[in-house]
Write a protein that binds this ligand. Sequence first.
Ligand code: TMP
Length: 212
Amino acid sequence: MRGRFVTFEGGEGAGKSTQIARAAEWLRARGVEVVLTREPGGTPRAERLRTILLERGAEPMPQSCELLLMFAARATHLENLVRPAIARGAWVLCDRFTDATYAYQGGGRGLPSEQIDALAGIVHADLWPDLTLLIDLPVDAGLARASSRNGAHGPDRFESEQQAFFERVRATYLERAQAEPARFRVIDGSRSIDAVTGAIEAALAPLLEASR
Ligand code: TMP
């Protein structure tokens, strides 16, 4: 089995967590070793950086600090978890990756995409996903779902952003999908959970065939 790198992207409340777990189950049932992970995070050090990135503290977070910490977390995650797993023939399913940096730090915050290009070049010039599943949903619908689930802990630093921020995030994701149609599949996230799962399995099936 050839190792593969598949990423799941989308705005808040798109249903990524449910769908990535179902995709892992589907692949495991077909004999694939699956490593389920997320960004920022996925290894102990990267998870500590995730806490720093998401917490709402008194000290303002400069945009450059946010951008660099995202890539710092990514560097340790790729080196210590993702690359070794792919090398041994596993499939890595990752909840968000560098497309999220273009969408959130680029589209959302307004950082120039050249800065992101440069950091991606340092951290993973040789490694891009084989397949990126973008679960797309209108911003209103996603935010309504997300706020109903984060009642207990309150919104994190990203979830506290305004609607216009998430509209820019969504637009940037869709632009990237259009620019790289061979890597991206845009999945309509407004359908039922089972319909979304079906669309994702249909996207995974040919890659699985090609990996045997
Ligand atoms: P989530 O995994 O629960 O969606 O939370 C992660 C948050 O981090 C989410 O709001 C998007 C944000 N994020 C970025 O801003 N840039 C990135 O590169 C990544 C991976 C995530």
